[in-house]
Ligand binder design. Structure first.
Ligand SMILES: C[S@@+](CC[C@H](N)C(=O)[O-])C[C@H]1O[C@@H](n2cnc3c(N)ncnc32)[C@H](O)[C@@H]1O
Length: 329
């Protein structure tokens, strides 16, 4: 099962490369009405070159994985590209808003749990390097070995990492082993500093108990923190078949299990993993995010990229993906 779960990283990477190739990402200036729009532009200034460089090096490293990703990219559905655009943007908006609230001299740490091939660490360390004490990526051993070797073999990416002077740490581990994960994190992180934890499409592969234990242990250990989590939800309405169909399709096509898709199935139920008196929770689905946060000009730009005949399909799909933000201290 570990190998099957780990391979979902190739879906995430191929979706991102595809959204970049079709110009969904980066978002245009004026995407958000909020003041962080300029910061976003800066964050995304070299997102394309970073990812294309990673992808190019991946080709030389592992023909097998490159082939898998290429195959996934051959049939790019607009709804998928929208999904990647919204997911990427929603996470960055949450992260930037949290960071921008701090005084300018406040150091902080970021941890990407189940980071896979995600390259946010480069974007954030370039932009906030002076203030980030550590940026940690953690994933299963095989995912990390491949990522490390790609980063090392790409001259540009390797040079970036060297310029971060030890602030970037990449760890192999299994999040189900909560004690082991915590011991590793404590080696590199200061539990007294504000720390952001990101789980992007990761908790959905963990059982209810494992993910709850991971969250409560981290929240008990780090004095001040912010959790950003993104996942699909199965739907709570009796007539809503999204979760049942998704679960069945994943099992039939890949033998892949999403143990909590039908448990944390709604905006009401998804936050239950975090619920304790210390934290306040904000949750929205990606359809809310598209409708409310994205400017009309940007929506027009998105519509011009590919022909999308089924707005209703997009709405159903994006209503079943949520982003949760919770801060504690
Ligand atoms: C769908 S991918 C998402 C990757 C990345 N977060 C992103 O969104 O681009 C899920 C990732 O979670 C990792 N993952 C899932 N369960 C894990 C666990 N128990 N321990 C470590 N990594 C895990 C997988 O290996 C995979 O890289």
């Amino acid at each position: 099962m570990e190998r099957i779960i780990q391979q979902t990283d190739y879906d995430a990477l191929s979706s991102k490369i595809c959204a970049l190739q079709f110009n969904y990402l980066p978002p245009n200036k004026g995407t958000l009405s909020e003041s962080i729009d300029d910061t976003l532009q800066c964050l995304y200034s070299d997102i394309k070159s970073l990812h294309f460089e990673y992808y190019k090096t991946l080709k030389e490293k592992s023909r097998n994985v490159y082939g898998k990703i290429n195959k996934l990219m051959r049939n790019p559905f607009p709804v998928m590209n929208y999904g990647t655009y919204l997911r990427t943007l929603a996470i960055d908006v949450s992260l930037i808003k949290y960071i921008e609230n701090f005084p300018k001299d406040q150091p902080f740490q970021i941890v990407n749990l189940g980071s896979g091939s995600d390259l946010r660490f480069i974007q954030y360390l370039k932009m906030y390097g002076g203030r980030i004490k550590r940026f940690v990526d953690l994933d299963f051993k095989d995912a990390i070995i491949l990522k490390q070797s790609i980063l090392k073999d790409s001259t540009n990416l390797d040079q970036s990492i060297r310029s971060f002077e030890g602030k970037y740490v990449i760890l192999q581990g299994d999040l189900k082993d909560v004690e082991g994960t915590l011991q590793q994190l404590k080696q590199y992180l200061d539990p007294k500093l504000p720390t952001v934890f990101i789980t992007e499409c990761v908790l959905c592969y963990m059982t209810e108990n494992d993910s709850k234990q991971l969250i409560s242990t981290i929240m008990d250990t780090f004095a001040t923190g912010f959790w950003i989590s993104y996942d699909p939800i199965g739907g709570a309405d009796v007539n809503d078949k999204f979760g049942t169909i998704m679960k069945r399709n994943l099992m039939d096509s890949r033998n892949l299990e999403m143990p909590t898709l039908l448990i944390y199935n709604s905006k009401l139920n998804y936050p239950q993993r975090w619920e304790n008196e210390k934290s306040q929770i904000d949750i929205k689905d990606m359809w809310n995010f598209l409708s409310e946060a994205i400017s009309d000009t940007e929506k027009r730009r998105l519509r011009s990229l590919q022909f999308l005949d089924e707005i209703e399909e997009l709405k159903i799909m994006q209503s079943h993906y949520v982003i949760l933000n919770t801060a504690w201290d």
